[in-house]
Design a binder for this molecule. Sequence first.
Ligand code: SF4
Length: 216
Amino acid sequence: MTLDSFFARHKKLTRSLKKFILDYEKELSLDVFEAFLETLSEELKSAHMELQKVPAGPPRAKKLHELVENEIAQGANIETSCKKGCSACCHMEVEITNYEAEVLGNLVRSDHSIERSRLQQQSERTLQDPLWREGVRNLSNRCVFLNDEGACSIYENRPVMCRRHSVTSPAKNCETSDGKIVIRYFPKVDLLISAANEDTQVEIGPLAKMLEMRLR
Ligand code: SF4
């Protein structure tokens, strides 16, 4: 399979999976690379079909979370610097799907309290608003689900983008805008997310905006 036909068939790849593929292109001979694309395409199809067996909405979001957690568990031997209470990454713009927005919306509608004024304020930002670059230095960037102990208050239900994020570089590097950050990368996790995004009913957007719309 050629690179063009692969990209034409799989239009919802995550940015990092695309980069991973393009890096491989430089490393491999053409025939090995095209065989690799064929395998990747089959894996994307198979992951997509596995997810489609589960009803759309929260159950499908949770199935993706389960598959992603299984994959991350395979890399448990790779030590990360992420610890409970270091929450710089919870002051960044996080994208979620409409299925995940439904999960979070159901929690808030039941009994999970959040600061609605901050949610409203964050939801009015444009995509990649420059304020997000101020990270932890700007308190208005705090995710509405981050509790006073600096931990995620919906840990079991956190979106897939929060699950995939972990770093091997020092945690303090996450707190500055110029700190070098090394992310622990799992290509298979990106493959699962990309396969999930091929679902025609999936919409993706910033957490605050998606949740605020859900709560209206
Ligand atoms: S949902 Fe939880 S893990 Fe994700 S950014 Fe918010 S507080 Fe952090």
